[in-house]
Design a protein around this ligand. Structure first.
Ligand SMILES: O=P(O)(O)OC[C@@H](O)CO
Ligand SMILES: [Mg+2]
Length: 241
């Protein structure tokens, strides 16, 4: 329940915001799904959302291990070979990435109001560059970006490492994790944020099992539905009060 003086259920107010990237800022999760469906079809297997839920948000090699092990193809295809195989297809798709609905308006709003914002993504540098090449303007508003291959991030989500590293890099750090709000689409990312002691708004794909919503502090069907006031953040000026 929203509390007008602070956050949801009286939590907050929030001073810093951390964004996941794939599936939250960018519509890139569909590319992974497409490529993984193609690879699995060769083994006469189908890719489903219970497997997707276990892979999304993780570092590439961690997700690849889940993929070959859970589908039972690890004797024929190693996690490393799977990554090589999907790479060519992904490299063609990533530059066509689009912003998710509401992203541009929300990022510009937070930046204009002086709320420090950053990105914490499981994606490594090379993929980050391909995915964001058409979105430089929006990403330039981020105070910093923490990538999956950052030397300080040894373990991917659901480890809290990436979000704690992101919080440490804001000006005036350390930032109290309870004043940080994370936006995530993936179950592993929601858990990582909670493991870091932060608040998390989940914007899940509707095909994801609803049981994964339970760990989040708030669940939205789109960033367009986010109300900054729920978290003690400055309200949109173009919205009705
Ligand atoms: O952490 P995000 O930005 O979702 O990236 C993970 C990605 O490599 C695919 O799931
Ligand atoms: Mg994500």
């Amino acid at each position: 329940m929203a509390n007008p003086s602070g956050g949801v259920s009286g939590k907050g107010p929030i001073t810093h915001v951390i964004f996941d990237m794939d599936g939250l800022l960018l519509d890139t999760e569909k590319f992974y799904t497409e490529v993984q469906e193609i690879i699995l079809a060769r083994y006469n297997k189908t890719f489903d959302w219970s497997l997707k839920a276990k892979m999304m948000g993780k570092k590439a090699i961690e997700a690849a291990r889940v993929f070959v092990e859970e589908t039972g193809i690890s004797d024929s295809l190693t996690a490393e070979d799977f990554l090589v195989e999907r790479e060519e297809m992904l490299q063609k798709l990533f530059p066509t990435s689009k912003l998710m609905p509401g992203v541009s308006r929300f990022i510009r709003h937070l930046h204009a109001k002086g709320i420090p914002i950053c990105v914490a993504t499981g994606s490594h540098r090379r993929h980050f560059e391909l995915k964001t090449q058409r979105h430089g303007e929006v990403f330039s508003l981020m105070h910093h970006v923490v990538l999956g291959d950052d030397p300080e991030v040894k373990q991917g989500k659901p480890s809290p490492e990436i979000f704690l590293t992101a919080a440490k890099r804001f000006v005036g750090a350390p930032v109290d994790p309870r004043k940080c709000l994370v936006f995530e689409d993936a179950p592993s990312g929601v858990l990582a944020a909670k493991n870091a002691g932060m608040f998390v708004v989940m914007v899940p794909d509707p095909r994801l099992d609803k049981s994964f919503h339970d760990a989040a502090d708030q669940v939205l069907s789109s960033l367009l539905d986010f109300s900054p006031n729920d978290w003690g953040l400055p309200p949109f000026e173009d919205a009705a009060a």
